[in-house]
Structure formats: structure tokens, C-alpha cells
Design a binder for this molecule. Structure first.
Ligand code: SF4
Length: 352
């Protein structure tokens, strides 16, 4: 009990710190957009995929949108409605569609527009609060509609550590087969309804190519320039995503069911490797599009040979971590004690 109180306090302090930093960042997006945009898109977002892959439980405990969305539950004012399997599946599919719809908009709108990014974050947080106010536990947002959640399940299949669940002091079984407490959670978690199966298939197969395609498009400085190039901005990621999706479909159709997990993990490793393959050089000023996504210009300081080698090193690491390493089916978080009336209506099974 002493240990769990200390743990709860630890997470509360960490959540408060991250929340305060993110609030400052959102304010900067409006009053000092150049600084706010760098802080969000060039510091927080590049760190997020690695954190999600290595310590998904930590990410889910400290994510500021999750912290805000869980306030109604913390203050005991959530309506705690149980979500049906059908609605849950639809929200999961919608979360993947939103992910694919939002990512290219970074080039046309969000990457260079502080107030647009700030407004987007505020709206997403309000939606998360409303859904978590309406539905029980994390079923309304963190385990369904949040566009990042499906990526958590894609990248976070081999967590480095299992941590306490800071948002669930008790488990009300808001979802059965909880993504936080299920060992080696993957996008296939809950494949009983077609919407969940379609979401998993589309995300795993298309994401590597989509990420590659995103890095083949430049940022547009004005909204009108972005709108003029909107077709191009979507077309290249969509083409990339379609190619890897077709490859994925071919591979899974030609191997036995039990081998598909390995293919899934190579595709997950492919997506995150592709992200860092481009993102690290871009952060240091080595983008093919002059200065896009740059945090600090080190083009005169770092040898191009180093920049050439780094992507191979990060790729080797992610392939090893996600696809090859054995880590004994760890879950992201420890299962909290169950409440007496924890009746689940969301039927989720592990199919991978
Ligand atoms: S631990 Fe229980 S209450 Fe918390 S997200 Fe998982 S299923 Fe929902």
C-alpha cells in the first residue's frame, strides 16, 4: 500500500509537470508560434514514437491529453457508460482513418502554423474529455478514438518495462482485453468485429509506406500554397501506403496464421525505422527540402558521412527491438485490482 501510494504520487507529479510544459507549449503556439512549433513538432513529436515503442506505459501515464480526459473519472463525475462492441470498433477504425487524414495536413497547414496546431490540440483535448466524461474508463478515448492509440499498439509490442497504471486505481473493465494490461498488445487486439480487423490490417500494412511518402513532400509556407498542393500532399503517402499494404496482404496470405505476428512486427519496425531514417537528419538540417523539420542547423558541423550512417544504425536498432528481440510478452502496465461491478460489455479478444 505504501508503495502504491508513492507510485500514485510519483505519476501525479510527473503528469503535472508534463501537463504544465504542454500548456506552456500551447500558449507559445499562439503568442510565439516559431518557438511553439519547434517545441511541439521538432522536440515532442520526434521523441514520441521512441517513447511509445520503448515505454508505452510511461507514455500512456503522462500523455497530457490522457491526463485531461481522465479528469471526469478522477473527480467522480463521469457518466461511465459501457461502450458497445459495435461503437468501439467504429471508433477504432475512425481513429486509423483520422491518423491517415491528419498526417499530410502537417505539410499544408500545421507544421508552419502555430495557432492552427494549438487549436487542433485544444479541440482534440476537448473531444477526449467529452468522450471520457461519457464513457467508462479509457474506452471513450485512450483505448478507442485517440489516433495515437493504434500506433501505440503497433510500436509498443515489446515494452522495456511494465509500469503502474496511474489512471486506473481500480479496473472497471471498461474494455475487455485491456490494451494496458494485455501482454504484447498489438493492433489485432479485439479482432472479432470487422471494423477492428480492417483497422489493424490497414494500419500495419499501409503505415510504413505512408510514413515514407510523408517524407517525400515538402512543407508549404502558406495555407493557399498548401491547398494548391493538397492532392500531391496526399497522393505520395497514399501511393506509398498502398504499395506496402499490397505487400503485406501478399505476405500474410502466403504464410500460416501463427507466422503473421512476425510479419506484423517487421512492418511495425519498418514504419518506425522509416520515420527516424528521415527525421533525425531533418532535425539537424539535412532535409532534401531546405530547412523542413529542422530543429538546429548542423549542416556545417556534422560530417555528411555521420548523417549517412545514423539511419542505418537506428533502423538496425528498431528491427532488433520490435521484430527480433525476445522479451517475454510483457504488458505496458500492471493490471489494477478489479472493482466489484466490473462488467464488461466491450468484447475484445486477442487474435495475434
Ligand atoms: S485497466 Fe481496466 S479500467 Fe483501466 S483501461 Fe484497462 S480495462 Fe479499462
Amino acid at each position: 500500500m505504501v508503495e502504491s501510494n508513492a507510485s500514485a504520487k510519483f505519476w501525479l507529479v510527473l503528469q503535472a509537470i508534463v501537463w504544465a510544459v504542454c500548456l506552456a507549449m500551447v500558449i507559445l503556439l499562439f503568442v510565439k508560434p516559431a518557438i511553439g512549433l519547434h517545441a511541439f513538432w521538432d522536440v515532442l513529436i520526434p521523441v514520441a514514437p521512441a517513447l511509445i515503442a520503448l515505454l508505452p506505459g510511461v507514455w500512456r501515464n503522462i500523455c497530457p491529453t490522457a491526463t485531461m480526459s481522465q479528469l471526469p473519472r478522477r473527480f467522480g463525475i463521469s457518466k461511465k457508460k459501457k461502450m458497445s462492441v459495435k461503437i468501439h470498433g467504429r471508433l477504432v477504425l475512425l481513429s486509423v482513418l483520422l491518423l491517415f487524414a491528419i498526417i499530410p495536413l502537417r505539410h499544408t497547414y500545421f507544421d508552419l502554423n502555430g495557432p492552427a496546431t494549438g487549436t487542433f490540440l485544444i479541440v482534440a483535448t476537448l473531444v477526449a474529455i467529452f468522450l471520457a466524461y461519457t464513457y467508462d474508463g479509457k474506452s471513450g478515448w485512450c483505448a478507442s478514438l485517440c489516433p495515437v492509440h493504434q500506433v501505440e499498439k503497433l510500436y509498443g509490442q515489446k515494452p522495456a518495462a511494465t509500469v503502474d497504471n496511474s489512471h486506473c486505481a481500480e479496473c472497471s473493465k471498461c474494455v475487455t482485453g485491456c490494451p494496458d494490461s494485455t501482454p504484447a498488445a498489438s493492433p489485432h487486439l479485439g479482432g472479432k468485429v470487422w471494423t477492428r480487423r480492417a483497422a489493424a490490417f490497414g494500419l500495419i500494412g499501409a503505415f510504413p509506406g505512408y510514413v515514407w511518402g510523408w517524407f517525400q513532400v515538402q512543407d508549404y509556407a502558406t495555407l493557399s500554397a498548401g491547398l494548391e498542393n493538397i492532392v500531391n500532399t496526399y497522393a505520395i503517402p497514399v501511393i506509398g501506403g498502398t504499395v506496402t499494404l499490397a505487400l503485406y496482404a501478399l505476405l500474410i496470405s502466403s504464410v500460416p496464421l501463427q507466422k503473421r505476428k512476425t510479419i506484423d512486427r517487421f512492418f511495425a519496425a519498418g514504419a518506425i525505422s522509416c520515420y527516424y531514417w528521415y527525421r533525425i537528419p531533418w532535425l539537424l538540417g539535412f532535409s532534401q527540402f531546405d530547412g523542413n523539420g529542422m530543429l538546429v542547423d548542423l549542416t556545417d558541423t556534422i560530417s555528411p558521412i555521420v548523417i549517412f550512417v545514423v539511419p542505418y544504425v537506428t533502423t538496425a536498432f528498431w528491427v532488433w527491438w520490435i521484430a527480433l528481440k525476445r522479451n517475454g510478452l510483457r504488458s505496458w502496465m500492471k493490471m489494477p485490482p478489479k472493482t466489484n461491478n466490473s462488467i464488461a460489455t466491450v468484447d475484445i479478444t486477442v487474435s495475434a
